[in-house]
Design a protein around this ligand. Structure first.
Ligand code: UDP
Ligand code: MG
Length: 310
């Protein structure tokens, strides 16, 4: 019996990409001895993505879909796909052909060689806009600096996970999982493959700057409480600085030096007001996360699917 490879593909308004990606995966598998299934997760698309998926699924018996009740985001779409994938290994990849399907045999080969996680790293790419490249490298710098995990710049959501690892993931119920970080954090035997991303086949990137910033902030705050320490450090530094100021005040008092200070007082008030709000905001983010998690809502809601309950 050939082993089964599950391929999880999140799709958000990707109507024109479904056929292309499914066909190119089919082509890749025609030359290797593995069975495969594709699990397409329609993340609340507003276009004809779901219809295209259903059309394609009706022509084959290894194409499955999950339809979300609304847009829950890329990370949860991948998570949902993995929760419903029962292959011997699970590969997650984007819908837009930026993750070359030709890499799949190499990933499988590494898996067969004993690696439980085969992840990919995107090489610097001339096709990508300058803005995207620099924001992506900034993303990893900030993330690594502020958190306790070490992600390689360019780490992509194109990876193979052994069934063992997927089973571990199934028990994760973070309401905003940051998969790249979680996979790194999990451990297991990991191997990185470098690849050159292709250009997006059709449509536009769904990751707006706003979504990227959210992901970055989220990546940091879900992996580290280092930002919380900033309050303590800043407090120490500023208290120490203010102690140094005391001798001057005493000197001025004793010598009846008149200190005029409207501007400096206002500046100090504004500066410290701002600083306190920032720190309060940081604490607020963590409290907010606890609030969201304690409500224990389902992380995603499936509206329809052609996967039988296994
Ligand atoms: N995606 C999704 N939900 C979202 C945003 C994106 O499922 O809210 C999917 C999208 O369809 C694609 C993958 O996530 O398959 C990566 O998105 P995109 O190509 O837009 O990101 P980029 O490659 O520009 O980082
Ligand atoms: Mg893309």
């Amino acid at each position: 019996m050939n082993k089964l490879v599950s391929i999880v593909i999140p799709a958000y308004n990707e109507a024109d990409n479904i056929f292309v990606i499914a066909e190119s995966i089919k082509k890749v598998f025609s030359s290797i001895n593995y069975n495969y299934e594709i699990i397409l997760v329609d993340d609340g698309s507003a276009d004809h993505t779901l219809e295209k998926i259903k059309d394609y699924a009706s022509t084959a018996n290894n194409i499955f879909f999950l339809e979300f009740s609304k847009n829950f985001g890329h990370q949860l779409a991948v998570k949902a796909g993995m929760d419903h994938a029962f292959g011997d290994c699970v590969i997650s990849m984007d819908c837009d052909m930026q993750h070359p399907p030709e890499l799949i045999p190499d990933m499988i080969a590494k898996w067969e060689a004993g690696y439980e996680v085969v992840y990919t790293i995107r090489e610097e790419d001339k096709n990508l806009s300058k803005g995207k490249r620099s924001s992506s490298s900034l993303f990893y710098k900030v993330l690594n600096w502020l958190s306790d995990i070490d992600l390689e710049p360019g780490a992509a959501d194109f990876r193979l996970l052994d069934q063992k690892v997927v089973n571990v993931f199934r028990n994760f119920h973070e309401n905003e999982p940051f998969l790249r970080g979680l996979v790194k954090w999990l451990g297991f035997k990991q191997f990185a493959i470098r690849y050159h991303p292709a250009a997006r086949f059709s449509g536009n990137s769904k990751y707006t700057l706003k979504k990227m910033m959210r992901l970055a902030l989220h990546g940091v705050t879900s992996f580290s409480i280092k930002p919380l320490y900033s309050a303590v450090y800043l407090g120490f530094i500023l208290s120490f600085a203010s102690v140094l100021y005391i001798p001057y005040i005493i000197y001025a008092f004793v010598n009846h030096v008149e200190v005029s200070g409207w501007a400096s007082v206002i500046m100090t008030i504004v500066f410290f007001g701002g600083l306190q709000l920032i720190i309060l905001g940081i604490i607020g983010i963590y409290v907010g996360k606890m609030f969201m998690q304690t409500k224990n809502r389902p992380n995603y809601i499936i509206r329809s699917s052609n996967i039988q309950q296994k």
